[in-house]
Design a protein around this ligand. Structure first.
Ligand SMILES: NC(=O)c1ccc[n+]([C@@H]2O[C@H](COP(=O)([O-])OP(=O)(O)OC[C@H]3O[C@@H](n4cnc5c(N)ncnc54)[C@H](OP(=O)(O)O)[C@@H]3O)[C@@H](O)[C@H]2O)c1
Length: 324
């Protein structure tokens, strides 16, 4: 990417979009545009401008592209949530994600965008996929039903990129990240992922001097976590170095049990009580780890280890949710 050409980051108030903007600013990009719906992003820098835009509205999106003429696009906008939200708002997760990505990707084609990166998710893979999960396992078996609507939308998004490239000669690439955490994460217990939920639960238990924290399930499932700044660096790296139709897994390459993760969060937060495992709650898939050999072969290696990453996320949680 040319650092003086205009870059549009869709979803710039989100955890991923804001990390991509921080990375671009750090690398010296001079003309970055982002969008917001209701709340204006807090991030301020002379290289970044934000515009109000509803990405569900095709006319607004078309007008935005026509006016702003971005050269590169990162699509980090989506309706995102944990298991409960995915299962409860099934129609919205399917419909809104399809519409948002259709608008961003199709209008990028219409506007002649030079390159676009679409962000999917590791939930695109079959529930019982062999581990670690290789890109080629896509569409080889049934999905997990609880987040099937979200996964179907993401599969449609990566296929949209692939087929626009094949039919129209665009350069739209797609990345499938593992579980992410870090600044701007969602700590609402109704709607959050496992790591931010643990950060909040341990923090509240510490403040209230609670004797223990309850963890759902046995603690034995293995999961992979990546700091969102590593993900952002990987996205920018792919935009600079990758032009193939094959989407790319983005992950840390190692997994950890939920119990070990909980112990790590407990230590970082300084909670002195015990862990209690509620084994009446389901464990979910025993293991979920992405095979990242394609990403590694392209020369990208993530840098932030889990302990440092959790410290950083906890600092951000304290600043944004507690000390505001
Ligand atoms: N978080 C993870 O662990 C994870 C893991 C794998 C992949 N991903 C992928 O990464 C991408 C971003 O995820 P995230 O965690 O950054 O989610 P997030 O924090 O919820 O951010 C989503 C962004 O999309 C925007 N958005 C949603 N609907 C919109 C609309 N109609 N108009 C304008 N903006 C809209 C949101 O704006 P508002 O602030 O106005 O709602 C927000 O900026 C998603 O594609 C997700 O699948 C995330």
């Amino acid at each position: 990417m040319n650092k003086n050409e205009r870059v549009f980051v869709a979803g710039s108030t989100g955890m991923v979009g804001s990390a991509i903007i921080r990375n671009l600013v750090k690398q010296g990009f001079t003309d970055i545009i982002g969008t917001y719906r209701n709340r204006k992003p807090a991030f301020e820098h002379e290289a970044v401008r934000f515009f109000p835009l509803d990405l569900m509205d095709a006319n607004q999106v078309a007008g935005f592209y026509a006016e702003q003429k971005p050269v590169y696009v990162f699509d980090a906008a989506a309706k995102v949530g944990g298991i409960v939200a995915n299962n409860l708002y099934r129609a919205q997760f399917l419909y809104e994600n399809l519409v948002i990505q259709n608008n961003i990707i199709h209008q990028a084609y219409v506007a002649g965008v030079k390159k676009l990166l679409f962000l999917g998710s590791s939930c695109i893979y079959p529930k019982m996929a062999p581990q670690p999960i290789k890109e080629e396992y896509l569409l080889t078996d049934k999905l997990e039903y609880t987040n099937e609507p979200y996964a179907i939308a993401k599969i449609a998004g990566l296929k949209l990129c692939e087929n626009y490239n094949l039919q129209y000669g665009t350069n739209f690439i797609a990345a499938m990240p593992t579980n992410l955490y870090g600044p701007e994460d969602n700590y609402d217990l109704q709607n959050s992922h496992v790591l931010p939920a643990l950060i909040r639960k341990f923090h509240e238990a510490k403040v209230q001097n609670a004797p223990n924290v309850t963890i759902w399930g046995t603690g034995s499932p293995l999961r992979e976590f990546m700091h969102v700044d590593d993900l952002a660096a990987a996205c920018v790296y792919l935009m600079d170095n990758y032009n193939e139709n094959q989407f790319v897994n983005i992950g840390w390459g190692k997994d950890i049990s939920i119990k070990a993760l909980a112990l790590l969060v407990k230590e970082v937060i300084g909670f002195n009580g015990d862990l209690v495992f509620d084994t009446t709650k389901p464990d979910g898939t025993p293991r979920k780890l992405l095979d990242v050999s394609l990403l590694t072969s392209l020369g990208f290696i993530p840098k932030i280890d889990l302990t440092d990453g959790i410290r950083d996320a906890y600092d951000d949680f304290l600043k944004k949710y507690i000390n505001k």
